[in-house]
Design a binder for this molecule. Structure first.
Ligand code: FES
Ligand code: FE2
Length: 397
């Protein structure tokens, strides 16, 4: 493997930065190297909008979740004013982790170490033992805020004060998804997996059209054969892209065309959205599927160069939840995910093993993998600093 100082030389990646059908894949060390991963944490995850789930995770004042994103530990809590805020999960006294897991912290967050107390808006409300400390300003020792924004019920966090707002980040992806009214959807199940692969492999695979007929031969391939037209990837003016595929029925039930019916179509759909599925990838790694009757989301939490946590969210229209047969119907949608997601997990782990086991030369991109190249370029530009005007000579670690 290359030494860390050498692997960030942009001249090594000239072929990866080409247009898709002229491009090579990313070098294997981009998926296996600790140094490469550390650079991604600094230049990608700490500067991007990262999906952490839905507002339904904290429905009532005082409800909190704790999240670890690429090593950064945060608290997300709903305040008494109903606003959802995020803070570093570390006491401002001497740094103790404040909360674990998820739950309701009633009116305040109390540190387990010396009992400093914070209001749900992060303000320091109690700090016994500081009476004689000189120049101690309680107002300057509230919890450290982390930027959090809500896109139609999806929560994203950003660790950089300099990043654009989420609306700008999403650009017209936001508008394109509007017919599905995500704010009227409810996430009824979050299923977690730990997957032994690099986070990039998972996002590439999500946007790889060529693997359905092999990896999902018995599960999704029969649905793919109902496509009326090929899947079309569409660049967007935000940080991400979308894909559209026209077909009859739903793609979120294994037997969605000929078998038992699922939920009614979403009431707000119009135009082409009534006859197909729409997928969105938001850089660096969030993915969404919107179908005629339901939606799903993929949250990816990088845990290192060769490990990640995946959370698959299943979403349905709020009116569907009132049906007496909701659980029975929803189980069919969950079953589809429970078959297809482990198929993807296994192939991504096999690719990770292949890349880690031999230092192979880069491969090439086929016409079913155009979006893999779009992803590779976006990630590379940031990791190498090319988006900041970096050049070949700008190789500082
Ligand atoms: S570290 Fe939290 S009160 Fe001391
Ligand atoms: Fe797949």
């Amino acid at each position: 493997m290359l030494q860390a100082n050498d692997m960030f030389d942009p001249s090594l990646y000239e072929r990866t930065l080409r247009a898709p059908l002229e491009a090579e894949t990313l070098a294997s060390w981009c998926y296996t190297s600790q140094e490469w991963y550390a650079r991604e944490v600094e230049r990608i995850f700490m500067r991007s909008w990262n999906l952490i789930g839905r507002v339904e995770r904290v429905p009532r004042p005082g409800d909190f979740i704790t999240v670890e994103y690429a090593g950064a530990a945060i608290i997300v809590v709903r305040g008494r004013d109903n606003a959802i805020r995020a803070f570093a999960n570390s006491c401002r006294h001497r740094g103790a982790r404040l909360l674990d897991g998820e739950g309701n912290c009633k009116l305040a967050i109390k540190c387990r170490y010396h009992s400093w107390v914070y209001n749900l808006d992060g303000a320091l409300a109690g700090c016994d033992g500081m009476e004689d400390t000189r120049d101690f300003d309680r107002a300057r020792h509230g919890l450290t805020p982390v930027r959090i924004e809500n896109w139609a019920g999806f929560l994203f966090v950003n660790f950089s004060p300099d990043a654009p707002d989420l609306r700008t980040w999403l650009g017209d992806i936001w508008d394109t998804v509007a017919p599905y009214k995500p704010e009227d959807l409810v996430c009824t199940r979050r299923k977690e997996y730990e997957v032994a692969c690099n986070w990039k492999l998972y996002v590439e695979n999500f946007n790889d059209l060529g693997h359905i007929k092999t990896v999902h031969k018995s599960s999704l391939e029969p649905l793919r054969q109902k496509y009326t037209r090929p899947c079309e990837f569409e660049p967007r003016n935000g940080q991400g892209f979308t894909a559209w595929v026209e077909h009859d029925g739903t793609r979120t039930l294994l037997d969605g065309v000929d078998g038992p019916r699922g939920f009614d179509d979403l009431p707000t759909l119009s135009g082409r959205a009534r006859h197909g599925s729409f997928y969105a990838t938001v850089f660096p790694l969030a993915a969404f599927g919107f179908c005629v009757d339901s939606a799903w989301s993929l949250e990816i939490y990088p845990l290192g160069p060769s490990r990640m946590k995946l959370v698959v969210g299943s979403l349905f229209h709020k009116d569907a939840l009132a049906r007496p047969d909701f659980d029975e119907f929803a189980a069919r949608y969950y079953a589809r995910m429970d078959v297809a997601v482990p198929e993807d997990n296994a192939i991504n782990e096999a690719v990770q093993n292949g890349l880690a086991g031999a230092e192979t030369a880069p491969g090439r991109i086929g016409d079913q993998e155009i979006a893999v190249n779009w992803l590779n370029r976006w990630w590379l530009e940031r990791t190498l600093g090319l988006d900041q005007g970096g050049t070949k000579n700008d190789r500082a670690a």
